[in-house]
Design a protein around this ligand. Structure first.
Ligand code: NAP
Length: 304
């Protein structure tokens, strides 16, 4: 029986583990993908104390920091189920193994949103990907499209433009949700073409992607020939485990938390991108803040 099981190996989860360890709580931190969505950040310039770093570097440091405590046990395993027991909670992993704890912190982050157009599923992994910054390198010298207008899409377009021959940034409005920093970076590139107030209605290909069909004509055609499509239209909170535990969700589908990152289910805390906290401002800094608050509340909860 651990004091706490933290589900999620991202920024919020590792930060929570650092804090639970310092509260001397026996901690199991477990998840399917190390680093979480932070791994997609090719450049990080807003982590205080590091003028320039990358998501993978930052997440590696978080992991090392968390694992430097003897109270923390780390497990790479997808958690399929979490349920309430008489003495606390039981997590079941994909392998069928289980672990129990007195309390739980959910830091399961988000899942990529899908466009839902013909060809998307068929060419997934064959030119269609959901992380421009992770996969851009494979499209060196090629023509690609990035779909979306938030930070993920615009940062993705900026990173892709460093290696690709040409990047089409396709966005349904003519204004960007992304921070001006990334918009300016993209505008400064002469190999990025903006396709605004338009939408991808089909992804074309044979065995791999060969192009996209647009809702409206662009430069005299409703199709663009290209080899890669990065779909970066946001993400939905991964609330599978939270729902198993009957945690209430907010109107955006995030796990509702109070200022102490407590969910509506006693003994269950949520931190990071899946939570309704930090005014839905999904950043490394806010995820880390939420992870530390969740650990603090959990400590007081166990103290009774
Ligand atoms: P986001 O901010 O929700 O933006 C999603 C974008 O996709 C929006 O521009 C939206 O258009 C568009 N979109 C949504 N559904 C669409 C659809 N069905 N078809 C076409 N376009 C669609 O998502 P995100 O960019 O992944 O960012 C998520 C969070 O992570 C944000 O809080 C962001 O600040 C943060 N983040 C931060 C950084 C950073 O600071 N470096 C990097 C990545 C992500 P509309 O604008 O018209 O709604």
């Amino acid at each position: 029986m651990y004091d706490v099981i933290i589900v999620g190996l991202g920024c919020a989860g590792y930060t929570a583990a650092i804090y639970t360890a310092r509260y001397k709580l026996s901690t199991l931190i477990v998840g399917g993908e190390e680093g979480g969505t932070g791994m997609a950040a090719a450049e990080v310039g807003d982590w205080p104390g590091e003028i320039h770093t990358t998501g993978p570097d930052l997440m590696q440091k978080f992991k090392e920091h968390a694992l430097s405590f003897e109270e923390v046990e780390h497990k790479n395993a997808r958690v399929e189920k979490v349920e309430k027991t008489d003495s606390g909670f039981r997590a079941t992993f994909q392998s069928g193994e289980t672990a129990e704890a007195k309390a739980v912190i959910l830091a399961t982050g988000t899942k990529h949103r899908k466009l839902g157009v013909p060809g998307e599923k068929e060419f997934s992994g064959k030119g269609v990907t959901y992380c421009a910054t992770c996969d851009a390198y494979f499209y060196k010298g090629k023509n690609v499209a990035v779909v979306g207008g938030g930070d993920s899409a615009v940062e993705g377009a900026a990173i892709a433009a460093q290696v690709a021959n040409k990047v089409y940034l396709i966005h349904r409005r003519n204004e960007f949700r992304a921070s001006p920093y990334w918009v300016d970076r993209v505008k400064a590139r002469d190999n990025v073409e903006f396709v605004l107030e338009n939408a991808v209605v089909e992804i074309l290909g044979n065995t791999v992607v060969t192009g996209v069909r647009l809702e409206k004509e662009f430069n005299g055609s409703d199709a663009i020939d290209l080899q890669g499509v990065f779909i970066e239209i946001g993400a939905d909170a991964d609330t599978l485990l939270a729902e198993q535990l009957h945690c209430e969700l907010d109107d955006r589908g995030h796990v509702k938390v109070d200022a102490g990152m407590r969910t509506s289910t006693e003994g269950v805390f949520a931190a990071g991108d899946l939570s309704s906290g930090s005014n839905h401002f999904a950043q490394f800094t806010t995820a880390a803040g939420e992870g530390s608050i969740a650990a603090n509340s959990l400590f007081h909860y166990l103290e009774g």
